[in-house]
Design a protein around this ligand. Structure first.
Ligand SMILES: [Zn+2]
Length: 185
Protein backbone atom coordinates (compact mmCIF):
# COMPACT_ATOMS: atom_id res chain seq x y z
CA UNK A 1 0.00 0.00 0.00
CA UNK A 2 1.34 3.40 -0.91
CA UNK A 3 0.71 6.46 1.17
CA UNK A 4 1.76 9.97 0.30
CA UNK A 5 2.19 11.60 3.64
CA UNK A 6 2.33 15.36 3.93
CA UNK A 7 4.60 16.05 6.87
CA UNK A 8 6.36 19.22 7.91
CA UNK A 9 5.22 21.24 4.84
CA UNK A 10 6.42 18.74 2.24
CA UNK A 11 5.25 15.42 0.91
CA UNK A 12 7.03 12.14 1.59
CA UNK A 13 6.04 9.07 -0.38
CA UNK A 14 6.09 6.05 1.83
CA UNK A 15 5.63 2.40 0.93
CA UNK A 16 4.32 0.44 3.85
CA UNK A 17 2.66 -2.93 4.06
CA UNK A 18 -1.04 -2.24 4.62
CA UNK A 19 -1.44 -5.19 7.00
CA UNK A 20 1.65 -4.26 8.94
CA UNK A 21 0.78 -0.61 9.50
CA UNK A 22 -2.91 -1.34 10.07
CA UNK A 23 -1.97 -3.77 12.78
CA UNK A 24 0.16 -1.24 14.62
CA UNK A 25 -1.55 2.11 14.04
CA UNK A 26 -5.25 2.72 14.66
CA UNK A 27 -4.89 5.93 12.63
CA UNK A 28 -3.71 4.05 9.52
CA UNK A 29 -6.16 1.22 10.18
CA UNK A 30 -9.06 3.61 9.86
CA UNK A 31 -7.58 5.17 6.70
CA UNK A 32 -7.09 1.81 5.00
CA UNK A 33 -10.62 0.75 5.98
CA UNK A 34 -12.07 3.74 4.18
CA UNK A 35 -9.95 3.39 1.04
CA UNK A 36 -10.06 0.30 -1.08
CA UNK A 37 -6.60 -0.01 -2.46
CA UNK A 38 -5.73 -0.94 -6.04
CA UNK A 39 -2.33 -1.03 -7.75
CA UNK A 40 -1.05 2.42 -8.64
CA UNK A 41 -3.24 4.21 -6.13
CA UNK A 42 -1.61 6.49 -3.62
CA UNK A 43 -3.56 7.41 -0.54
CA UNK A 44 -2.92 10.95 0.67
CA UNK A 45 -2.42 11.44 4.39
CA UNK A 46 -2.10 14.82 6.04
CA UNK A 47 0.15 15.18 9.09
CA UNK A 48 1.24 18.82 8.92
CA UNK A 49 2.46 19.08 12.51
CA UNK A 50 4.75 16.08 12.23
CA UNK A 51 8.42 16.40 11.39
CA UNK A 52 9.54 14.37 8.37
CA UNK A 53 12.33 12.80 10.42
CA UNK A 54 9.87 11.49 13.03
CA UNK A 55 7.84 9.87 10.30
CA UNK A 56 10.89 8.20 8.78
CA UNK A 57 11.80 6.89 12.25
CA UNK A 58 8.28 5.49 12.57
CA UNK A 59 8.16 3.71 9.22
CA UNK A 60 11.59 2.23 9.95
CA UNK A 61 10.18 0.93 13.23
CA UNK A 62 7.14 -0.55 11.47
CA UNK A 63 9.32 -2.33 8.92
CA UNK A 64 12.16 -3.51 11.16
CA UNK A 65 11.02 -3.22 14.78
CA UNK A 66 14.03 -0.99 15.46
CA UNK A 67 14.00 2.57 16.74
CA UNK A 68 16.79 4.42 14.95
CA UNK A 69 17.09 8.19 15.21
CA UNK A 70 19.17 10.39 12.97
CA UNK A 71 22.29 12.00 14.46
CA UNK A 72 22.29 15.74 15.17
CA UNK A 73 22.88 17.74 12.00
CA UNK A 74 21.42 20.94 13.38
CA UNK A 75 23.19 24.24 12.75
CA UNK A 76 24.19 24.41 16.39
CA UNK A 77 24.81 21.06 18.04
CA UNK A 78 22.58 20.68 21.03
CA UNK A 79 22.92 18.30 23.96
CA UNK A 80 19.34 17.15 24.01
CA UNK A 81 19.00 16.29 20.31
CA UNK A 82 18.51 12.59 21.07
CA UNK A 83 15.84 13.26 23.69
CA UNK A 84 14.12 15.71 21.35
CA UNK A 85 13.91 13.02 18.65
CA UNK A 86 12.48 10.49 21.12
CA UNK A 87 9.94 13.02 22.39
CA UNK A 88 8.86 13.75 18.79
CA UNK A 89 8.62 9.98 18.24
CA UNK A 90 6.31 9.64 21.24
CA UNK A 91 4.11 12.52 20.05
CA UNK A 92 3.80 10.86 16.63
CA UNK A 93 2.88 7.57 18.34
CA UNK A 94 0.06 9.50 20.02
CA UNK A 95 -1.17 10.97 16.73
CA UNK A 96 -1.03 7.59 14.97
CA UNK A 97 -2.59 5.89 17.97
CA UNK A 98 0.08 3.19 18.13
CA UNK A 99 0.15 1.92 21.71
CA UNK A 100 3.01 -0.51 21.26
CA UNK A 101 5.22 2.16 19.69
CA UNK A 102 4.38 4.66 22.42
CA UNK A 103 5.25 2.13 25.11
CA UNK A 104 8.54 1.29 23.45
CA UNK A 105 9.45 4.96 22.98
CA UNK A 106 8.65 5.94 26.57
CA UNK A 107 10.95 3.14 27.74
CA UNK A 108 13.70 4.56 25.56
CA UNK A 109 13.10 8.07 26.93
CA UNK A 110 13.28 6.79 30.50
CA UNK A 111 16.57 5.02 29.75
CA UNK A 112 18.07 7.98 27.92
CA UNK A 113 17.33 10.35 30.81
CA UNK A 114 18.40 7.97 33.57
CA UNK A 115 21.97 9.22 33.85
CA UNK A 116 21.28 12.89 33.19
CA UNK A 117 21.19 15.49 35.88
CA UNK A 118 20.50 18.56 33.73
CA UNK A 119 16.95 19.71 33.40
CA UNK A 120 15.06 19.38 30.12
CA UNK A 121 15.46 22.55 28.05
CA UNK A 122 12.48 24.94 28.06
CA UNK A 123 11.65 24.37 24.39
CA UNK A 124 11.30 20.63 24.98
CA UNK A 125 9.09 21.19 28.02
CA UNK A 126 6.92 23.57 25.96
CA UNK A 127 6.70 21.03 23.14
CA UNK A 128 5.60 18.23 25.49
CA UNK A 129 2.99 20.41 27.16
CA UNK A 130 1.67 21.73 23.83
CA UNK A 131 1.42 18.34 22.12
CA UNK A 132 0.07 16.09 24.90
CA UNK A 133 -3.04 16.03 27.02
CA UNK A 134 -3.17 16.06 30.79
CA UNK A 135 -2.58 12.51 32.05
CA UNK A 136 -0.32 11.58 29.12
CA UNK A 137 2.38 9.06 30.14
CA UNK A 138 5.05 11.33 28.64
CA UNK A 139 3.87 14.29 30.70
CA UNK A 140 3.65 12.22 33.85
CA UNK A 141 7.12 10.83 33.37
CA UNK A 142 8.68 14.22 32.52
CA UNK A 143 6.98 15.85 35.50
CA UNK A 144 8.22 13.24 37.97
CA UNK A 145 11.67 13.12 36.43
CA UNK A 146 12.10 16.86 36.82
CA UNK A 147 10.42 17.40 40.17
CA UNK A 148 11.30 14.25 42.07
CA UNK A 149 14.72 13.47 40.62
CA UNK A 150 16.03 16.99 40.15
CA UNK A 151 14.22 19.27 42.61
CA UNK A 152 17.18 21.66 42.97
CA UNK A 153 17.28 22.36 39.24
CA UNK A 154 13.54 22.88 39.34
CA UNK A 155 13.80 25.44 42.16
CA UNK A 156 16.59 27.26 40.32
CA UNK A 157 14.52 27.43 37.13
CA UNK A 158 11.50 28.71 39.04
CA UNK A 159 13.64 31.46 40.60
CA UNK A 160 14.97 32.42 37.17
CA UNK A 161 11.48 32.43 35.65
CA UNK A 162 12.83 29.95 33.10
CA UNK A 163 9.88 27.58 32.87
CA UNK A 164 6.93 27.59 30.47
CA UNK A 165 3.72 28.77 32.16
CA UNK A 166 1.61 25.71 31.34
CA UNK A 167 4.26 23.39 32.77
CA UNK A 168 4.71 25.51 35.88
CA UNK A 169 1.02 25.43 36.72
CA UNK A 170 0.90 21.61 36.57
CA UNK A 171 4.23 21.31 38.41
CA UNK A 172 3.05 23.46 41.30
CA UNK A 173 -0.18 21.53 41.74
CA UNK A 174 1.84 18.27 41.64
CA UNK A 175 4.13 19.60 44.39
CA UNK A 176 1.15 20.78 46.39
CA UNK A 177 -0.54 17.36 46.24
CA UNK A 178 2.66 15.63 47.29
CA UNK A 179 3.18 17.91 50.26
CA UNK A 180 -0.43 17.68 51.45
CA UNK A 181 -0.63 15.71 54.69
CA UNK A 182 -1.95 12.14 54.38
CA UNK A 183 -5.46 11.80 55.69
CA UNK A 184 -6.11 9.04 58.23
CA UNK A 185 -8.10 6.08 57.07
ZN1 LIG B 1 20.42 18.66 16.92
Amino acid sequence: MMFSVRVDKHVEFIFVCKDLISRTSAFFRSISCHNSWRPGLTIPVDLPDVEAESFRVYTHWVNTGKLVIEPCRCERFHEFHEQKSFIEAFILGDILDDQHYRQHVIGVIVASLASRTEFLPGDLISRIWAATQSGSPLRNFALRWMLVKHPDSFTLRVENHALPKEFLAEALSFMFERSAPETDE
